[in-house]
Design a protein around this ligand. Sequence first.
Ligand code: HEM
Ligand code: HEM
Length: 123
Amino acid sequence: MSPLSRRWIYVAIVYFCLAVGLGVFMGLSGDHRLMAVHAHMNLLGWVTLTLVGVIYHYFPKAAASRLASVQFWLHNLFLPVMMISLALVLTGTPQAGPILGSTAVVMLLAVLLFAGNVLWRRA
Ligand code: HEM
Ligand code: HEM
């Protein structure tokens, strides 16, 4: 497996631990306000990062491109900011809304880079 695929999967595992930790906290405390943070740390973190890592394994040309590296950094620098601002909005700090919105757009950009990279460099 390429070092890039491994990197995606290592980060995915960190999200898995954090997201399940938050799930257990929500279950035990009965405070489900952060459900959307838990859901997206699991789905945009653990599940998406694992899938991207595995997909890059099968698309080595795409994995070797500069776009893949740009996508990695966009996804992994902005997802934590998106999750923190989502948590702030959900717990009563609506001022974090614009940061949440902008980081969501950056995540969309990272997803589009991934789509373009894999579709153009499939082989
Ligand atoms: C020990 C592990 C986990 C615990 C204790 C846990 C706990 C919870 C809790 C308490 C909720 C809130 C339910 C509600 O308020 O209706 C929730 C929602 C959710 N969880 Fe987890 N969770 C766990 C693992 C996972 C995993 C591994 C995933 C995905 C890969 C996941 C995805 C979701 C999603 C998508 C929701 C939102 C469901 C909805 O829209 O109603 N959870 N979880
Ligand atoms: C930038 C990317 C994304 C944005 C901006 C986004 C945004 C949203 C929004 C606004 C909601 C409604 C939340 C609510 O009603 O409280 C939602 C719910 C949900 N999304 Fe996403 N989403 C993204 C990516 C994803 C991905 C990649 C997945 C799955 C692989 C996913 C799965 C879900 C699920 C299961 C729910 C229902 C659980 C919940 O309410 O938290 N989302 N998302």
